[in-house]
Design a binder for this molecule. Structure first.
Ligand code: MN
Length: 247
């Protein structure tokens, strides 16, 4: 088919469709499926629980938007960068984040933001879940030894998250010998960028809580503890001590 006749064919077909369509069909034609997300080495890890599993503390709509759209945007940006920088997708995330200065200047800032966001959210989905139990064993002992006990730890963690001006995260870092510390970072930065490892963390960007809590970050921080999966955190603690904890 020549290019002229192809144009003629499609314009005729479009005319027929428009003439035959009801308003509902016209609406559907005006809303084509979203283009497929750029594919590449990065992917948003699926949630291990339904999006409504953390209600009422974190609502399903927030989880959907946060997981699919916000984390999805970081992943899409990384896959775009990886098209022209294939080594990005071939390296361990924690290795790239721990050596950002090795990156070319034209991608350094974008990798910092988007790979930091990918690492932070991958950790975040993993350490939440329904029926998350209570801290026990080695993790509880470390909380008592390094953070003044569970109650003081939660109070201090919430206070640090509340003090983080604007967008950012509050983390618990863990050393190879199991020592814990509370640390905050702005934006999508992570202690991994300083060669550290993250045991757990909470997202204090407004997108993490605004639909349900609006400006009440303190209420979100307090309620969020009901969503923590302590079994997963115990696994991460053991991995940190074994030197195998990634993001
Ligand atoms: Mn987030």
């Amino acid at each position: 088919m020549s290019s002229f006749s192809r144009r003629h064919f499609f314009s005729a077909a479009a005319g027929l469709a428009a003439a035959a369509s009801t308003p509902r069909i016209v609406f559907a034609q005006a809303s084509p499926a979203a283009p497929a997300a750029p594919t590449g080495p990065f992917a948003v890890p699926p949630l291990a629980y339904p999006t409504n599993a953390l209600e009422p503390h974190v609502d399903a709509r927030t989880m959907e938007i946060h997981h699919d759209k916000h984390h999805g945007a970081y992943v899409a940006a990384l896959n775009t960068i990886a098209k022209t920088n294939p080594q990005l997708g071939a390296s361990a995330v924690e290795d790239v984040l721990g050596n950002l200065n090795a990156l070319n200047d034209d991608i350094k800032s974008a990798v910092r933001n988007n790979l930091g966001g990918h690492a932070n959210h991958t950790m975040f989905w993993a350490i939440m879940g329904p029926n998350g139990g209570k801290p026990e064993g080695e993790v509880l002992a470390a909380i008592e030894r390094d953070l003044g006990g569970l109650e003081k730890f939660q109070t201090d963690f919430n206070a640090a998250g509340g003090r983080q001006f604007g967008s950012g995260w509050v983390f618990v870092t863990v050393t190879r010998d199991g020592k814990l510390a509370i640390e905050t970072r702005p934006n999508q930065d992570t202690p991994i960028m300083d060669g550290k490892r993250v045991l757990m963390g909470n997202d204090v960007w407004e997108h993490a809580y605004y639909l349900n809590y609006q400006n009440r970050r303190a209420d979100y921080l307090k309620a969020w503890w009901n969503t923590v999966n302590w079994n997963k955190i115990s696994e991460r603690y053991a991995a940190a001590k074994a030197g195998t904890l990634g993001v």
